[in-house]
Design a protein around this ligand. Structure first.
Ligand code: CP3
Length: 367
């Protein structure tokens, strides 16, 4: 049995089996784990210092630099997971796409016809993306044992969104036109991307990633019916081929409150929620045993720190403790975030997470 006592500063025996993984296995735990999307980034002065010397892609492509910036938030905050520092477009660059960052991805030549799709290659993940695997191996050596290492990939639809559109856009009219007008070419692109995503995520797990997250940031552009027809089969195939016992598979989308059931249908272990959905309402739409992640508004970190416990508590109570809950923001942290807001969040999640479990135990004891 894995009975774990709350571990304060006085805790003699640290439980080195990471809290994040224990929650994903739905074990009884002492508190709620958290990490923050884009936790290594421009809100940290030490990250900005690295970026003064090196451009973004150089940081992604250089294992020593990527390792260093991945570790920066872990040194500062008591986070339960560490996500590989990279970008969703890195494997797509290895497929031959010419991409720069300004600061989001921009394509020199958007991919809009069959010949452009056919020209995309299938990189050897362990070799052509070996720098990512080296970063993951470094991280497993350097991270404290109680911190879970998360690998990730962009999902085919979100990668296709940048490839076809050429960058971010409001309506993604080029992407959707290709999808509706040339579904064969669209599916060919999705299939090619899915193959690369599978190779890439498997190689990350081989290199030491203990959990993986698929970022389908732009899936919320689609109606549930279109998501089911154009996207879901590709994602299902990825999940089926990548999923391994003991390695939780997390699914992220933004503006995807209308797709939660479909995310579950993809076969993932944890469904991530943005802040536009109420946690309790979302929780009730997802099957028991399947976990949720989220879902604080990133800009709530700008609120007075003393208001954080109440905000956090509402989310924790909405998620309950019957099924896994990983605390996170509903999207990446803003570059303008005050450090005090992050400190208040980390403290509030761990403190309130302990408190709701203690209160539940007392209630049972008293009944
Ligand atoms: O700490 C982490 O979360 C890990 C690193 C990470 C980055 N991007 C670093 C980054 C991860 C997991 C991503 C994923 C990513 N990249 C997504 C999916 C998540 C999401 O945000 O929805 C997407 C859509 C991208 C594409 C992308 N890359 C965008 C839209 C941008 C601009 C972001 C911005 O805030 O301006 C990037 C650049 C990027 N990726 C930065 C970072 C730290 C900023 C780059 C810089 O230092 O100039």
């Amino acid at each position: 049995m894995n009975v774990t006592e709350p571990q304060g500063i006085s805790g003699v025996e640290e439980n080195l089996d990471p809290l994040f993984l224990r929650v994903c296995r739905n074990e009884a735990v002492e508190t709620t784990p958290l990490w923050i999307m884009r936790q290594a980034g421009r809100y940290l002065p030490e990250y900005r210092r690295v970026r003064e010397e090196h451009d973004f892609l150089t940081v992604c492509n250089t294992p020593d630099l990527a390792t260093e910036v991945t570790l920066q938030p872990i040194r500062r905050f008591d986070l339960d997971a560490s996500i590989l520092f990279s970008d969703i477009m890195v494997p797509v660059i290895a497929m031959g796409a010419d991409i720069t960052f300004a600061p989001g991805p921009v394509l020199a030549e958007p991919i809009r016809d069959e010949s452009a799709v056919r020209a995309l290659g299938r990189p050897d993940a362990a070799d052509d993306l070996g720098f990512v695997m080296e970063t993951l191996r470094n991280l497993r050596r350097e991270l404290p044992q109680h911190v879970t290492l998360i690998g990730f990939s962009g999902a085919p639809f979100t990668l296709a969104a940048y490839l076809v559109e050429g960058g971010a856009s409001k309506e993604f009219a080029s992407l959707k036109s290709l999808m509706f007008q040339e579904p064969v070419t669209f599916h060919l692109l999705m299939e090619k991307l899915a193959l690369v995503v599978v190779d890439y995520m498997k190689a990350q797990i081989d290199a030491g990633a203990q959990a993986v997250q698929l970022f389908d940031t732009w899936a919320g552009l689609l109606s549930p019916a279109d998501y089911r027809e154009y996207v879901l089969p590709h994602v299902q195939r990825i999940v089926e081929q990548v999923k391994r016992p003991g390695v939780p598979f997390l699914m992220y989308g933004n503006g995807t409150g209308g797709l939660l059931e479909l995310f579950e249908e993809a076969g993932v272990d944890i469904v991530s929620l943005d802040w536009r959905v109420d946690m309790a309402a979302a929780r009730s739409r997802i099957s028991p045993g399947i976990g949720v992640q989220g879902n604080l508004d990133p800009i709530a970190l700008f609120a007075p720190p003393e208001t954080m416990p109440l905000r956090v508590r509402n989310i924790l109570e909405g998620a309950g403790t019957e099924s896994p809950h990983i605390f996170n923001l509903g999207h990446g942290i803003s570059r303008h975030t005050p450090i005090e807001g992050v400190e208040a969040l980390v403290r509030a999640v761990h403190d309130e997470g302990r408190r709701i479990r203690r209160e539940a135990a007392d209630a049972i004891g008293n009944s």
